[in-house]
Design a protein. Structure first.
Length: 206
C-alpha cells in the first residue's frame, strides 16, 4: 500500500471519530469529542497486550462485520474507565457505579454500536466511496474479563482473522469528563490486503 493509501486510511479513522462524536452528541444531548491519538498496525499476537497488563480486568464490546469489509471490531477499555463512562452516560455521580448492572452494560453497548458504525462507514468509504453502506455489523456483545481471555473470546468468534490488527488509541470526552479506549479492528485476510500499509501511524489532527 502506498503512503497515499496510508494517509487515506488514517483520514478514515479520524473521520470516523468525528462522525461518532456528532452521533453521540445528538444521542446524549451533550458535547462529545472523540480524537484518534494514534493509529497503528500490530501483529495479532500483541493484541491482548494493548488491552492491559493482564492482572486487571478490561471491558469491551465486540461487533462482527460482513459485507464490503469483513472481520470484527472491538471497543475496549480498562474496567474502571468503562464504569466511569457508564456513569457519565447515565448522568450518575462519579464513583456511584461499582459493578456492571444491566443499565451500565446497555449504556456502553449502545455507545459502542454508535461509535463502531461510524468508524466502519468511514473505513468502508475510504476503500470505495460507492460501498460506504455495504457493511453489515452485528449487534455489539459485551465482554468483561482479563485481556488475554477477552482476545481469546474474540478470536473464537472470528477464526479467519488475518495476522495483523489495526489499533486506534482514542481519547473520549463527554461534557468535560475524559476517558481513553482502544478501538481494535481485526480484518480477515482479504480486507487486510485492501487496508494494509507499512508504518501506519497518525497523531491527532490540529
Amino acid at each position: 500500500m502506498t503512503s497515499g493509501n496510508n494517509e487515506r486510511l488514517a483520514e478514515a479513522f479520524h473521520r470516523g471519530a468525528e462522525d461518532a462524536s456528532a452521533a453521540l452528541a445528538k444521542w446524549l444531548g451533550r458535547p462529545v469529542t472523540l480524537v484518534v491519538e494514534r493509529l497503528e498496525a500490530l501483529p495479532i499476537v500483541a493484541a491482548s497486550a494493548v488491552l492491559g497488563s493482564g492482572d486487571e480486568p478490561v471491558c469491551g464490546c465486540a461487533m462482527q462485520i460482513t459485507g464490503a469489509v469483513n472481520g470484527l471490531l472491538l471497543l475496549a477499555a480498562a474496567d474502571g474507565a468503562g464504569l466511569s463512562l457508564a456513569e457519565t452516560l447515565l448522568e450518575r455521580p462519579a464513583g456511584s457505579s461499582t459493578e456492571w448492572g444491566e443499565l451500565e452494560r446497555s449504556a456502553v453497548v449502545e455507545t459502542a454500536n454508535i461509535v463502531g458504525c461510524a468508524y466502519l462507514n468511514a473505513i468502508c468509504a475510504a476503500l470505495d466511496p460507492e460501498q460506504s453502506d455495504g457493511i453489515l455489523p452485528s449487534p455489539p456483545v459485551f465482554l468483561r474479563d482479563y485481556p488475554e481471555s477477552v482476545m481469546e473470546s474474540v478470536l473464537l468468534e472470528q477464526p479467519l482473522v488475518a495476522d495483523t490488527v489495526l489499533l486506534a488509541q482514542t481519547g473520549f470526552r463527554i461534557d468535560g469528563a475524559s476517558f481513553r479506549c482502544g478501538l481494535i479492528f481485526l480484518p480477515d485476510a482479504d480486507s487486510l490486503a485492501a487496508l494494509r500499509g507499512d508504518g501506519v501511524d497518525s497523531g491527532p489532527r490540529p
